[in-house]
Write a protein that binds this ligand. Structure first.
Ligand code: SAM
Ligand code: SF4
Length: 336
């Protein structure tokens, strides 16, 4: 049966026994937002010829699904800024025959009103929209863009039945007071919401531990207004799940409760750099290998390269932080 064939497909595995089932593909480093926790003040965009074509990306996705990947997330930069991304989603559907289970996207939502219907038709399974404030002035301060198009995009996705989640990054002293308004809003619209602890991946390296709103601080704030209960049965998602007045809220607490112990993710940047961890100090430049994947011999060479790099994946965030190694790549390139 197809199902059992899919279950037994060998996956890449690291030295800690964590098999890799999820792949994040950044399709562009460009973005129309300038989120304070992400984009450097003076980003140097990749040139068009430095970016992998959708044909090459598709071949790579196919190769990765053949090697155990079951979930593909399309990210950026802002993925909806790259022309052809809807067609790419439609093309990826072909991989569901060989074991791909889900195609999702992470977006800032600015262009979602325009694309929601097309993405739904192309078979996108779900979309995560980043929304850090419901206050239009504060939203502008955080992103340098208007709030209204994002809210319209969210409404458009709901209207066409595109499953949607909200991601909110909290920064102490900037939008920490948005915890209750965001939860109330998400509850009213019945949309799952996840808070993300601010991670040291901002482009200009202004991150400081004091800027982090911790999972405990979030829970304490929620408890002042709602009934909060931890959900015992946790999913394999990095977010710890809670019932908040009966509505499900997740918290991705990479800093205070790193979720690295079961990490099943791999990442590819738009220019073909492969990362075995969001915090890895060194990626593998694979653009040429990915562009030449057509022959069996090249696929086998790439597999060997990846096996060894993935095997050497470090234990996780805290192990890498302890080395205090500088790395050039920031969140807008690796895609979250
Ligand atoms: N542009 C899209 C968006 O904003 O959703 C996709 C790319 S963005 C890099 C992916 C996710 O990373 C977003 O949810 C964003 O909030 C999150 N992110 C960016 N920088 C972060 C940081 N320093 N700490 C925690 N999350 C961050
Ligand atoms: Fe752009 Fe997303 Fe980074 Fe904000 S978080 S600057 S929307 S890539």
């Amino acid at each position: 049966m197809t199902v059992s064939m899919v279950e037994t497909r060998a996956a890449f595995i690291d030295q800690f026994g964590r098999s890799k089932r999820k792949l994040r593909i950044s399709v562009t480093d460009r973005c129309n937002f300038k989120c304070v926790y992400c984009m450097p003040e003076h980003p140097e965009w990749m040139k068009k010829h430095q970016i992998l074509s959708f044909e090459a990306l598709f071949q790579f996705c196919q190769f990765m699904v053949q090697n155990g990947i079951e979930y593909i997330r399309i990210t950026g930069g802002e993925p909806l800024m790259r022309q052809g991304v809807v067609h790419f989603v439609a093309e990826l559907q072909k991989l569901k025959k060989i074991g791909l289970k889900q195609i999702s996207m992470t977006s800032n939502g600015h262009y979602l009103k325009k694309y929601a219907q097309d993405l739904k038709r192309a078979g996108l399974d779900s979309i995560n929209v980043s929304l850090d404030s419901l206050d239009a002035i504060q939203f502008f301060q955080l992103t340098q863009k208007q709030l209204a198009p994002v809210l319209e995009g969210i409404q458009a996705a709901l209207a066409v039945g595109l499953p949607l989640k909200i991601n909110s990054v909290l920064i102490q002293g900037q939008n920490h007071e948005q915890i209750i308004p965001l939860v109330q809003w998400a509850k009213d619209l019945a949309i799952p919401l996840r808070f993300i602890e601010f991670m040291p991946l901002d482009g200009d390296r202004h991150w400081n531990a004091e800027h982090v709103v911790s999972e405990q601080q979030i829970l304490d704030t929620l408890a002042s207004k709602f009934n909060v209960q931890a959900i015992q049965e946790q999913s394999r998602s990095p977010a710890r799940q809670y019932w908040v007045d009966g509505h499900q809220i997740g918290i991705i607490s990479t800093i205070t409760h790193a979720f690295c112990g079961e990490c099943d993710r791999l990442r590819l940047t738009a220019q073909g750099e492969f990362y075995n961890c969001l915090f890895a100090t060194q990626g593998q430049a694979l653009k040429t290998e990915i562009e030449q994947l057509q022959t069996k011999q090249n696929a086998s060479l790439l597999k060997q390269k990846l096996e060894s790099y993935i095997w050497n994946k470090k234990a996780g965030f805290h192990a890498i932080q302890a080395q205090q190694t500088y790395r050039k790549i920031s969140m807008h390139m690796i895609g979250g």
